[in-house]
Design a protein around this ligand. Structure first.
Ligand code: UDP
Length: 267
């Protein structure tokens, strides 16, 4: 579908969305950890057609020094969209929107991090949107949180994030680009799943109080689902399957078994 042409409807008579999803259904999500060789931590996310890579460097010495915080590390987030990430060429100079989203992402991640363990240092989080198809700030938070975990930054927990929007008067989870552009608004949110503390809550468009409460309920459910995917992505990278190279327990067991077998043979 050409995103530049307004669709006739966003919700079909059967109650399905333009890509066939149910209102509470997320787009297909693929999370990968450790995708960049040079970074201390990294992750990528594909959420529908949105594709983002996050790289974390640090904790390391902070330049320029006047940004130094004496009691904690400075979390420096840079969110950028590639020039080719949207149908119109995006101007390469950092836009106001990119600066604002960088700040919003930093504020969403900070409550989960023990930055006080690294006074005066910086933790750099570079986020590159390779392909934008709606929901980039939330997808960026999902990937950045995993990249921070991959870098070994101490944290209370991973931060999942999703936007719940409204189109044709119906609340919809995880808006695609047309729903974002032609819908009636959206509410991006992020949470610490263990405590349900909200670390991001924005609102674009108008929602009644009841709609907002329901949007938050739907968003928290989706964040919990995303949190499971985040944990699985980490496990795929760090928890080796029995017998796989790097499974130290298995290799120790194997050595013991072999040692015992040799002993028995010698008896
Ligand atoms: N977008 C675009 N050009 C831009 C900025 C955004 O085409 O320069 C599109 C992009 O697909 C993005 C969507 O508009 O995902 C919605 O942007 P918004 O600012 O609402 O942030 P997002 O929903 O991505 O968090």
């Amino acid at each position: 579908m050409n995103p530049e042409v307004k669709p006739d409807f966003l919700i079909s008579p059967e109650g399905l969305r333009i890509d066939g999803r149910r209102p509470d259904e997320m787009r297909p999500i693929e999370l990968k950890v450790g995708v960049l060789k040079q970074a201390d931590g990294s992750a990528s996310i594909r959420q529908g057609k949105t594709y983002i890579i996050a790289g974390v460097y640090g904790p390391r010495e902070l330049h320029p020094r006047h940004l130094t915080l004496n009691d904690r590390a400075y979390l420096r987030v840079v969110y950028r969209m590639a020039t080719f990430s949207v149908p119109d060429r995006k101007r390469p100079a950092p836009s106001r929107r990119e600066r604002e989203i960088s700040m919003v992402i930093a504020n969403s991640l900070k409550p989960a991090l023990f930055l006080e363990e690294f006074p005066k240092a910086v933790v750099d989080v570079f986020i590159q949107v390779i392909q934008a198809d709606g929901g980039t700030r939330c997808a960026a938070i999902n990937a950045a949180s995993l990249a921070l975990a991959d870098a070994g930054i101490p944290m209370r927990g991973l931060i999942p994030s999703v936007a719940v929007g409204k189109a044709d008067g119906k609340l919809l989870v995880d808006l695609g680009d047309e729903e974002d552009k032609y819908g009636q608004g959206d509410v991006p949110m992020a949470i610490i799943p263990q405590t349900e503390e909200i670390t991001l809550l924005q609102q674009d468009g108008s929602f009644t109080k009841e709609e907002l409460v329901e949007a938050m309920r739907m968003g928290i459910n989706s964040c919990k689902y995303l949190h499971e995917l985040q944990k699985e992505a980490l496990k795929r990278t760090y928890v080796k399957k029995p017998g796989e190279e790097g499974d130290d327990d298995y290799e120790d067991d194997l050595e013991t078994d072999l040692g015992e077998a040799e002993l028995m043979e010698g008896e």
